[in-house]
Design a protein around this ligand. Structure first.
Ligand SMILES: Cc1cc2nc3c(=O)[nH]c(=O)nc-3n(C[C@H](O)[C@H](O)[C@H](O)COP(=O)(O)OP(=O)(O)OC[C@H]3O[C@@H](n4cnc5c(N)ncnc54)[C@H](O)[C@@H]3O)c2cc1C
Length: 447
């Protein structure tokens, strides 16, 4: 088990060196963070340098690249070759004037600060956790929250892509512009991202504030609140009158680090999920106890410390990006459906804001959005819950998060993405034999 990521890529076998490439024998299984997706690749390869990555791409007919295995969809499941860039990690170089840094694609987000801090840089935006690889986060349009902030892929200034032919293409606004626009969110389907240049900003501190507010206050005040705070996020429980409101703002205040509480938020969450699973009728009562557990808190720290939250209670997740103007109506309908169904899920519905961008397969393509996420405890089957909510998210023209569970097919997706066919054309040109597709992507892309 790789403790840092939660994905399991080697259950029983030893690692051996095969032409100096770390190979995990073909009896090994791979599963994602939640354990819902699993497969048995013929090879799991961990090259040590770019030449070895090129050699693998030339020698293997079917390849999926894996980052930290934190996607909930079977994006990387394969019975052929699974390629991990865990060793293609670290700092490459920086442009101090522009606040940009080039990073090897396999670098985990939680390692970034050790490279960025000495050069006074920090990521402009991050999501809820920092366990992902940079390439994995970029490839699915991973995002945080804030009306003026894009998903992480939109802060990519340039990348290098190793294509099926073994060629390394440099892509940015000026070189291979179409591949740049297609490749920033491309689900590992165009080739292997090897190096990524990020637009960063000088290091900054964030002040995190969490409090409970009435659901009715959110509806009345959200238009004002979303402009007041750099980041704003809500966790709404379908049976509770109050929701958790979390805001983050840039500050010069002294550091006030996050304190370890006992029992921790995670311990309480696991306990409530286990209770809900065992005694479903308890769920509304547990959710109504929110006010007892959640006290207002304020922390100040460097951005890389404030963005990620420990997520030790495992879950599966579905998430759609809704046009921002429909966000509150959609949230209200989702909460009402959950309450009416009495479906036993303790997890709250997460509500965030993301600014639109120009990346062809970004769920935020030319659309300021609200992100609505539904979670289910990993020991409970998620499909029934997701089937209940998904039609509501789709009714509001939602586009699914590529890394989170959904049932959309190619014809539904092509209607939501104006550049869908352009993307497929570039994909065909770069990878005519479908080296970088697995059965899931073949179906999703209808290729
Ligand atoms: C606990 C938890 C919290 C999360 N929080 C958030 C959040 O706050 N916001 C959000 O938007 N998402 C969130 N996610 C989803 C997560 O950010 C995405 O699924 C992300 O893609 C995972 O990154 P990874 O490194 O694990 O990539 P993987 O899941 O391993 O791979 C994702 C995709 O990237 C491709 N890929 C990986 N490396 C390369 C490469 N070098 N070249 C080409 N393609 C590559 C893979 O082929 C695959 O298609 C969360 C997930 C979990 C489990």
């Amino acid at each position: 088990m790789n403790q840092s990521t939660g994905q399991t890529i080697n259950q029983t076998e030893d690692q051996t060196t095969h032409h100096q490439i770390n190979e995990i024998k073909n009896t090994s299984k791979w599963n994602n963070w939640s354990g819902y997706q699993h497969s048995q690749p013929e090879h799991i390869l961990k090259p040590q340098n770019i030449e070895q990555v090129q050699q693998i791409v030339q020698q293997h007919a079917k390849i999926r690249v894996v980052g930290a295995g934190h996607s909930f969809t079977p994006l990387v499941s394969t019975d052929a070759t699974l390629l991990s860039l865990d060793h293609i990690a670290g700092f490459v170089d920086s442009d101090q004037q522009r606040s940009q840094a080039s990073i090897w694609a396999g670098t985990r987000l939680f390692h970034l600060d050790q490279y960025l801090q000495p050069i006074n840089q920090a990521l402009i935006q991050q999501g809820d956790i920092d366990q992902q690889s940079l390439a994995g986060a970029v490839s699915t349009g991973t995002h945080g929250t804030g009306i003026d902030l894009h998903c992480i892929s939109a802060y990519v200034e340039a990348f290098e892509l190793l294509t099926a032919s073994g060629e390394i293409l440099r892509c940015n606004e000026y070189e291979n512009k179409d591949i740049f626009d297609a490749g920033r969110v491309s689900l590992g389907s165009l080739g292997v991202l090897t190096k990524i240049t990020m637009q960063n900003k000088p290091r900054y501190k964030l002040k995190e504030h969490v409090e409970l507010v009435a659901v009715s206050d959110l509806v009345t005040n959200i238009e004002q609140w979303k402009k007041q705070h750099r980041h704003i996020e809500c966790f709404a429980f379908s049976h509770a009158e109050k929701l958790m409101l979390k805001t983050l703002d840039i500050t010069e205040e002294p550091i006030q680090p996050r304190k370890q509480s006992w029992p921790s938020e995670d311990m309480l969450l696991t306990m409530c999920c286990e209770l809900t699973r065992a005694f479903p009728t308890l769920n509304p009562h547990l959710q109504k106890l929110l006010g007892v557990f959640v006290k207002p808190t304020t922390f100040v720290d460097w951005s890389s410390q404030i963005f990620p939250t420990p997520r030790n209670t495992k879950f599966n997740e579905m998430e759609y990006q809704i046009p921002a103007e429909h966000g509150i109506a959609c949230l209200q309908e989702v909460l009402a459906a959950l309450k009416k169904s009495q479906y036993p899920t303790f997890f709250p519905v997460e509500f965030r804001f993301v600014k639109g961008d120009d990346i062809w397969l970004s769920p935020f393509y030319q659309r300021d959005s609200v992100s609505i996420s539904i979670h289910q405890f990993h020991k409970q089957e998620p499909r029934l819950l997701f089937d209940l909510v998904e039609p509501i998210l789709q009714k509001f023209q939602g586009r699914p998060h590529w890394g989170k569970m959904h049932t959309m097919n190619s014809s539904q997706l092509s209607a939501l993405y104006p550049k869908w066919m352009d993307f497929m054309q570039i994909r065909q040109q770069l990878d005519p034999a479908g080296k970088f597709l697995n059965p899931y992507l073949e179906l999703l892309f209808d290729q």
